[in-house]
Design a protein around this ligand. Sequence first.
Ligand SMILES: *[C@@H]1O[C@H](CO)[C@@H](O)[C@H](O)[C@H]1NC(C)=O
Ligand SMILES: *[C@@H]1O[C@H](CO)[C@@H](O)[C@H](O)[C@H]1NC(C)=O
Ligand SMILES: *[C@@H]1O[C@H](CO)[C@@H](O)[C@H](O)[C@H]1NC(C)=O
Ligand SMILES: *[C@@H]1O[C@H](CO)[C@@H](O)[C@H](O)[C@H]1NC(C)=O
Ligand SMILES: *[C@@H]1O[C@H](CO)[C@@H](O)[C@H](O)[C@H]1NC(C)=O
Ligand SMILES: *[C@@H]1O[C@H](CO)[C@@H](O)[C@H](O)[C@H]1NC(C)=O
Ligand SMILES: *[C@@H]1O[C@H](CO)[C@@H](O)[C@H](O)[C@H]1NC(C)=O
Ligand SMILES: *[C@@H]1O[C@H](CO)[C@@H](O)[C@H](O)[C@H]1NC(C)=O
Length: 910
Amino acid sequence: MVSLVVAAVFLLQGALFQPPQAAAFKVLPADGSLTHQQITEAAFLRKMAEVCRDVAAARGQEFTLPINNKLTVTAVQRACSNSYSSLLQISTFSLAISQTSISNAAVDRKQFSTAHHFDNEDFKNGRDLITKGIAAVKVSMKQGRYLSARSSLGAACHTLQDFYSHSNWVELGSTAPFSPLIRPELSLNNLAGPNTKTCKSCVGKDCSDNILQEVLQQKILTSGYFRLLLSTKPAGKCSHGGLFDMTSYEDPTGGINKDDISSSHGFLHQRAAEIAINATIDLLEDIRLATGNVTFLRLMGLSQTSVLAFVFDTTGSMSNYIAEAKTVTFSIIDSRRGTSEEPSEYILVPFNDQGFGPLMKTEKADTFKERINSLSASDGSNPGMCLSGLLLTLTQAPPSSDIFVFTDASVNDTELKNAVEAMIQITKSTVTFLLTNSISSRSQQNVSLSRLLSQSDIQLYRDLSHISGGQTIEVTNSTLSQATAVITDVIAAGLVTVLYIERSPAIAEIFSFVLDPSLSNVTVYVTGDSPVFTLYSPTGVSQSGSVANGPLGDILTVGNLKRLKILSDNQKGEWKISISSTSSYTLKVIGQSSVDVLVYFVEIIEGGHGDSWAQSFTRPFIGRNATLFVSVTGGDSVTVTDVLLVEASGSDVVNGTIKAVGATDFLVNVDRIPEGAFVVQLKGLLNNSSSISRFQRQSPTQYKGSRITITAQSQNIAQPGVPFGLNFTVTSNTTGGNYTIRARTDLGFSVSFPRYLILVTGGSAQGSVTLTAPSDTESGTVFTLTIEAEAPGSTDLNYAIGGLTEYTYDQRAGYIWRNTGVSSPQGGNFQPQGWQGGLPRERHTLERGLQWKYTCGGRPGGEPCTWRHLAYTKAAGGITLALTSTVLEELRASRRNSPEENIARIRSEE
Ligand SMILES: *[C@@H]1O[C@H](CO)[C@@H](O)[C@H](O)[C@H]1NC(C)=O
Ligand SMILES: *[C@@H]1O[C@H](CO)[C@@H](O)[C@H](O)[C@H]1NC(C)=O
Ligand SMILES: *[C@@H]1O[C@H](CO)[C@@H](O)[C@H](O)[C@H]1NC(C)=O
Ligand SMILES: *[C@@H]1O[C@H](CO)[C@@H](O)[C@H](O)[C@H]1NC(C)=O
Ligand SMILES: *[C@@H]1O[C@H](CO)[C@@H](O)[C@H](O)[C@H]1NC(C)=O
Ligand SMILES: *[C@@H]1O[C@H](CO)[C@@H](O)[C@H](O)[C@H]1NC(C)=O
Ligand SMILES: *[C@@H]1O[C@H](CO)[C@@H](O)[C@H](O)[C@H]1NC(C)=O
Ligand SMILES: *[C@@H]1O[C@H](CO)[C@@H](O)[C@H](O)[C@H]1NC(C)=O
């Protein structure tokens, strides 16, 4: 038996072609209706509260929080912290909810898929999506890959929740969820047959009584038909209903969806949403039972899931430091053991001047220490393969890992710099370099000349650490042990970035930052060879950087880094720091807080009912506008006043336009992307019950735009041991020449790809990637594939990432054409960009490299049509797209005006 095993859906860069929404529970809140996000969050909160209540009972602790529909994130976090007698991180909990919700919303991309939304009585395929999704969640959790798990969870939740809005389950009087949807072993009974009539026409606008009595009495399950272009549906079947559903204008007219309170069956919206919440809770419970409480808490983000990774240089000259580095790492590992901040996973990657790897991963601190202990220095004396080792770590470690690189030498593989930078931005992992032999500290060693660190090597390390929000610390053998304190700071739980500035070349400047009441353990770091600084508190107290124990705090010096821990008094308000330096320096202000920000670039999916969005897995295009999704965690309500894209080492600032899409969620439009690397700064007001205070946060990781785009199409499901091909297109509007291509998966599958693609200026080229998952890959494994294209001379780079979102059975789903944004003439049909030809064709081969738009003729306003009426077949040089024969039949049979116009045109081509 061939099992369908490894799933990857390729997310396409750029705006996808989107017809008006077939809809579902809404993604944006409106008129008091419940959205997918609210349904998912309500379920998370209730399930967490239940688990914490049971834990409290088992431990003889009190649990007083009433479990009802008024739960808030902060209330649940407080109650759960009591149950566990330790403070649980609210920010990671909110993060888990946001990560789940964003992949839930992304399912609205799949509007042409009936199964994803339980339209057209497609119950079997819909159930399949859910149960495969749950299986994928469990596999990802077992592998410790919580982000993948949340992604699969969000997608499965969307489809599950849609069942209650789009089927007649609620109308049948059901009060409990339909359990076969999450249990593949149960059969789906009493489904309406293809010829079973289920609805009668609504009386005018009143659809409250349109489901047939015998359907209700015999408890037959049905769902609404939805068609955007055509009005035909099987005789006597219910429609989805709504403006865009053409079938709902035909007998039986009207619809049955409960997407919001103004829908055809809007009077049942609240009931449907409540059962959807209960169904989501059942799904979570199924996962908890299968994976255990601790793992489940990690999925929910209530337990630490941080990963600690060390990348070790073992080339000969490092032998001087290895003993000391081991002591440092051991003391860090031991200090976290048994605490709530204990890393969930450890990773070790060695490298030397000959090679790098393998990557070693373990959950056990002792195993990890043994492996570090067995490291020994080799004989080499050449520059090390540092970036290869780091790239391997970034690729295979979970996102947001804390990575520490120990080296004393220059870099052999500098050509990987841009690739490492891209992976840092993709994973949002923090990289800290500990350089034990830099110019400033070198003196004692008899190191081979070729390994000596030059200024440009140090700059390379600094650049990479800055991009990640980490630091480069230059130490000597004797000060290495002091670095322990800094590493411990970095891996503390709940860290947020208030401000991070780099200046090179340096000028004297005064920076200000706001500390809010939610912050504790605020620490100021200044790194650089010669910075002179003075810190000023809101009340005017000041302390110079040369005073080790002053009124504002103690200063620790580690090599070229100074750390000032601000004493807890007098924190709140606006602080200032003046810095002057003759060489480059960085200033970083971090603290522990429940209030953090999550920032994603997103693609807006335009729809008839309102916009939805999906995370964009590529760099934004320089010179065009873009949208960010910003979620503020840890507060029940916040006001965001400023979202700024600030160039990291320049002065360009782009001010975004903010639109609230929830109590703590915002969509931010920016009219352009800065040329250089930039950070996202956010300012606003925290509204707590007692007070309102200003706050500011900054994305720790830098972002970058690009002028290259990569698009790809893919099949969705790979089989272990079977090569799996994927074509992609690179387009660039910068320089022509040889574009370097790289591709890799986060599971280290073998991948083959062309080393170069040749592009003419402003042109595009196609390449293909083949990957093979090992034949023992577990069913349900989700992987991501990253494809990179780098311009000649390393002047630009972009990437596209596939994978992550969901399982799908629909092979067509991979074939999505991109909307060019070029509007085709009214009444047009298949229109390639720049198409001059006359009439639409019944069958047309879409050539590669062209972008396509399909509009339907004659519809009011020329709204785009759905892809579900099209058949795709692969053909030489492209893909042939044709109206399906059923559609042609339907078109011919249709009495509506607009399709008739289409038929006329199609006929004239015949
Ligand atoms: C897991 O949590 C449940 C409550 O949700 C509790 O009944 C059970 O005893 C816990 N199991 C373990 C092994 O802690
Ligand atoms: C959802 O479950 C809760 C707890 O089991 C129950 O009290 C409530 O009535 C259920 N809601 C619906 C709409 O069935
Ligand atoms: C570094 O310190 C360790 C002890 O912590 C010592 O064994 C080693 O010889 C020192 N190396 C140098 C180069 O001083
Ligand atoms: C990098 O390492 C390879 C293999 O050891 C070697 O051939 C090459 O010369 C090195 N490059 C540099 C710049 O040291
Ligand atoms: C501040 O950090 C110390 C350890 O450095 C820790 O013990 C303490 O709990 C932290 N304070 C808060 C409020 O988190
Ligand atoms: C972004 O640019 C596109 C054209 O490139 C335009 O159609 C769209 O309206 C712009 N969006 C905003 C929010 O300015
Ligand atoms: C950004 O724009 C907002 C609204 O127009 C304005 O209030 C704010 O002062 C601007 N911020 C900056 C830093 O320019
Ligand atoms: C990729 O393109 C080649 C031709 O360039 C074609 O033969 C192949 O079928 C395509 N593969 C996929 C998966 O589309």
